[in-house]
Design a binder for this molecule. Sequence first.
Ligand code: BGC
Ligand code: CA
Length: 295
Amino acid sequence: MPAPRSLTADVLDPATSELGEGPRWDAAAGVLVRVDILGGLVLLADAEGARLATHPIGRHVGAALPAEGGGWLLAAREGFAVLAPDGAVRPLLAVLADRPDLRYNDAACDPAGRAFAGTMAYDRTPGAAVLHRLDPGPRATAVLDRLTISNGLGWSPDGLTMYAVDSDPGVVRAFDYAPDQGTPSRGRTLLEDLPGGVPDGLCVDGDGCLWVAVNGGGAVHRYTPAGALDAVVGLPVPQVTSCCFGGPAGDRLFVTTAREGLDPGEAARQPLAGALFAVDPGVSGPPATPWRPLP
Ligand code: BGC
Ligand code: CA
């Protein structure tokens, strides 16, 4: 097997987030949307990283997904909400209102525009997390349970395989996916024991390969659908949280990072922990599938 290709990401915005996360290319708006989960912020930037707007949400926010017709669906601490382009937040479904020990974490839309969002316990209690699908009603339907840190989600280009990360056991699982029902089944472990860290966010490129942020490992790895390591993107900070393709041609990989839990010494040694990075890796990937608002 050939040695994996080696790439390096450059700083795109040196301003740091505490827990920079969830980059998505919003093709309709032509912007990169990402969150600072613990800072409670939704950040909008252009493809060069220039800041266009910062929306304070007033609580932890796990992910912001482009919505059809404009604005973003939020997986906020306690549930789903809609963020309008002017910054107004409209609550949609407070699933975790009575569970202050939990919060929503990563989220994504399937190829039909159904939103999925996973949870985690603040104290990382094993097995306390679930993956929800947002269904008409609105109501949240659990599609996976007994997770610990529900994280990156993605779909193969044909939409028949779903990928889902659980960061505590440190696994990326693949599932058969029923596009008509929006249901994953027959889960199997695709990746485990990633060098130096745990899988966090991920995205799938146009060739069907997975780009997985290795949190703790200072890298994004590209894996084939069979699980072979094909390329390694190096970053100068260990807490690499998530990635997405975007830019006008979809050929730029944006990478978020964090400075969560660093002690003062580590924080001083890692001035770029929490910055936004990018690399043009020579392949492209689709923009975020927009959330289709419920009937
Ligand atoms: C969570 C972080 C956690 C990390 C572990 C992220 O998605 O939001 O709190 O440290 O995953 O990989
Ligand atoms: Ca994450």
